[in-house]
Design a protein around this ligand. Structure first.
Ligand code: FAD
Length: 318
């Protein structure tokens, strides 16, 4: 079912969902089920599965020469989605990125998703490879999420890359895009970034999932700005509880967000990471209660392989 239908069926009740990472290469699917099982008693209507682009590693040969080899650490987004749908009978939402795909490969991946009965995709540009200073598009691939979005919209209208194809079946994907209440880190300012979000919505995005944030006033300002600019599609807040002291530096560095003073002071006063987890979970419970009051359609958790903090939060909030 489409995410927009899940939201409509909920008739104003806030839903909850979460995101997982596909298994590390060499790990079995059971590792993923173990991370999902504790969260299923609260009936999430959908589960997102991230997509990790290939990176480069260097292999040393006996003669001392280094060989640059492309390597994907977590290769199985589509298969993980299929396994989740098969086992739990919930919708799985694959993240589809520009990086690492030619347009032809993107189209073939979308055909696979359609045949697997996957109704939703979250389209993203994707992160830069760790070995690159900034995002480098794949030759023959899409450069921005809006280009990838246009590709999915075209297929939803029965237009494939090979325009001479006749009687092409229309795909029927519900399409999500990313939004940044505190702006995307590469953007010179909030308004420029917002302009590109407006473009994604005008092209046909059906829902927005936000980057994580720890200050609900930033989310509220973002939603207000969207509504004032005629963006009426559902806006789903992305959430992650703080679970260790090092995240005080790590999360702002990776995700380019602000941690409110009250939260950072409370974390700094903690003696152990166990105390930090308690502070982070309590903060997130309060955030979630407020977001429900604000009629957020879904509370979407970035679990990052650890279901336990999310489970406690959901228990306290729903
Ligand atoms: P875009 O919308 O393409 O924007 C990228 C940057 O370019 C922004 O600064 C924007 O302002 C600017 N821009 C947009 N269009 C144009 C244009 N036409 N001309 C010039 N500038 C433009 N990454 C992964 O690799 N895998 C994942 O599974 C993943 N999941 C995510 C889930 C969510 C909910 C979020 C919020 C992020 C996720 N990311 C993931 C991270 C995301 O890929 C990065 O933040 C990436 O840097 C930007 O992706 P985007 O889709 O927002 O890009």
């Amino acid at each position: 079912m489409k995410i927009t239908e899940h939201i409509a069926n909920a008739k104003g009740k806030t839903l909850y969902s979460f995101e997982i990472l596909p298994p590390i290469k060499g790990q079995g699917i059971q590792a993923i089920f173990d991370a999902i099982d504790p969260l299923m008693e609260f009936n999430p209507p959908f589960i997102d599965v991230t997509y990790l682009r290939e990176d480069y590693i260097y292999k040393q040969h006996a003669n001392g020469l280094l060989e640059k080899v492309a390597y994907r650490k977590r290769p199985s987004t589509v298969a993980t989605c299929a396994a989740i749908m098969n086992k739990y009978k919930v919708d799985a939402v694959p993240h589809l990125i520009c990086g690492g795909f030619t347009k032809e490969e993107t189209e073939n991946a979308l055909i696979d998703l359609q045949f697997l009965g996957i109704d939703n995709v979250l389209v993203l540009r994707g992160d830069a490879r760790k070995s690159d200073a900034s995002f480098i598009p794949t030759p023959g691939g899409h450069a921005y999420a809006s280009d990838l979005l246009q590709h999915v919209v075209n297929m939803n209208s029965g237009r494939y890359l090979h325009e001479d194809m006749e009687n092409s079946e229309k795909t029927n994907f519900c399409i999500g895009v990313a939004g940044y209440p505190e702006k995307h880190f590469e953007s010179p300012n909030l308004d420029t970034d917002f302009g590109y979000l407006k473009k994604k919505v005008a092209l046909g995005a059906d829902f927005i999932v936000t980057q994580m944030f720890f200050d609900n006033s930033k989310f509220k300002a973002f939603v207000d700005k969207c509504r004032a600019n005629g963006i009426t599609i559902p806006i789903i807040p992305g959430l992650k509880p703080l679970t260790s002291r090092k995240q005080l530096v790590g999360l702002p560095k990776i995700f380019h967000l602000d941690i409110p003073l009250a939260l950072s002071e409370a974390v700094q006063a903690c003696k152990t990471d166990q105390n930090v987890r308690e502070v982070g979970i309590e903060w997130m419970i309060q955030q979630c209660k407020e977001l429900k009051e604000m009629d957020a359609p879904v509370l979407h958790f970035y679990t990052m392989g650890n279901p336990n903090p999310t489970k406690r939060i959901i228990k306290a909030v729903f």
